[in-house]
Ligand binder design. Structure first.
Ligand code: EPU
Length: 332
């Protein structure tokens, strides 16, 4: 395995901010990964997927590991289900396309989400009423501190909204993910925008659903190759009943979804709009004109400018509506 020093990370994060990694490597197997951890036991470590959900504000004085473990293989198959193990470095949307082409159902709603398969459990990616946790049965990993192999069942992953044990602890490097998908498909209405896009199609096929999602996302979300961004910048806030009541006094038309256990989700994009921040720009950073939840980079390579703009949006929504927005992207 090649170990490189002082590597520029600008092309490894979709916000295209500059930072250098003192040490950088791309292990191609769990064995190589374990080896590199044993070679540098005392270095600070950072794990990179395809870099679609993070940006850098300063150089990283340690070891950056970008797993390059590939492969899609079927572990078991019955009349109803197929179980597949997929290498962490496989492109997520590539894997979705592969499943849709083979008639395997369960992740078609997650079409066109940028990133790697290994990142899918870390933040439990989700869209249009589906989350990665719905189809993941097992995650295989190497422990960052010891280099030992480990595997977690779905329950052990501690999944939550855009959250997991991997994100909370930062202690594991995911090497592969096992998914269980269905071999038959019947479209169920889960998300109004998607059903609207599918209007007039009586029973949509997997390919029709995937195509509809690709159309919606292409309309709403900026292309990171033209306008660098990391998708949704903030999480949708989850409020307790008192917080929800307070918000409704200030913004009676705020969308509120009851997510159970006395908790209510509202829309970060809506709050940002109402705070006057849709399409707002400060220097080289701003929110996207067609979707205020997305912060876009108009031409800086300095992550601190993104950080400053993030803080401004947080401050305004907090001041105006009493809701603190938490970033969904990771900041280094
Ligand atoms: N809205 C606004 N202004 C806007 C955009 C949206 O007020 O500029 C309001 C509308 O009321 C709209 C609601 O926000 O109905 C929800 O918007 P949307 O359906 O676009 O979903 P979202 O909550 O903004 C979430 C995910 C997306 C995912 C979509 C679709 C988070 C943080 N984001 O966005 O995920 O694609 O739902 O399911 O949960 C990502 O994580 O990077 C991502 C793109």
């Amino acid at each position: 395995m090649i170990i490189r020093y002082n590597v520029q990370l600008q092309s490894y994060n979709s916000f295209r901010t500059k930072a250098s990694a003192r040490i950088f490597c791309e292990p191609r197997s769990a064995g190589e990964l374990s080896e590199i951890i044993h070679t540098f036991p005392d270095e600070r470590k950072l794990i990179l997927g395809n870099g679609f959900n993070l940006f850098f504000t300063e150089d990283f004085d340690g070891l950056v590991i970008k797993p390059a473990i590939r492969g899609i293989r079927i572990l078991s198959e019955s009349d109803r289900f197929v179980e597949m193990e997929v290498g962490a470095a496989e492109d997520w949307d590539h894997f979705v396309a592969h499943c849709v082409d083979n008639g395997y159902a369960g992740i078609e709603n997650l079409s066109l989400i940028p990133g790697s398969v290994g990142a899918s459990p870390v933040q439990n990616i989700g869209a249009y009423g589906t989350e990665a946790m719905d189809v993941i049965t097992k995650v295989k990993m190497v422990e960052l501190q010891t280099g030992n192999y480990a595997a977690f069942s779905n329950e052990e992953c501690g999944f939550g909204y855009r959250d997991s044990i991997f994100k909370r602890t930062g202690l594991y490097v995911i090497t592969s993910v096992v998914f269980r998908l269905e071999k038959s498909f019947h479209y169920k209405e889960k998300y109004i925008d998607l059903s609207r896009e599918l209007e007039g199609i009586p029973s949509p096929t997997l390919t029709q659903v995937r195509d509809a999602i690709i159309r919606i996302r292409t309309r709403k979300l900026p292309d990171y190759t033209l306008l660098p961004n990391a998708g949704s910048f903030f999480k949708n806030p989850v409020l307790r009943v008192e917080e929800k009541d307070q918000l409704q006094q200030k913004l009676p038309d705020a969308p509120i979804y009851n997510v159970g256990e006395g908790q209510f989700k509202t829309s970060a994009a809506f709050l940002i709009d109402k705070a006057g921040y849709k399409g707002k720009r400060r220097g080289m950073v701003g929110t996207y004109e067609h979707h205020s939840l997305i912060i876009v980079n108009y031409g800086t390579d300095n992550g601190r400018e993104i950080l400053d703009f993030m803080r401004e949006v947080q401050h305004e929504t907090q001041q105006q509506f009493g809701v603190m927005l938490e970033p969904e992207v990771r900041i280094y």
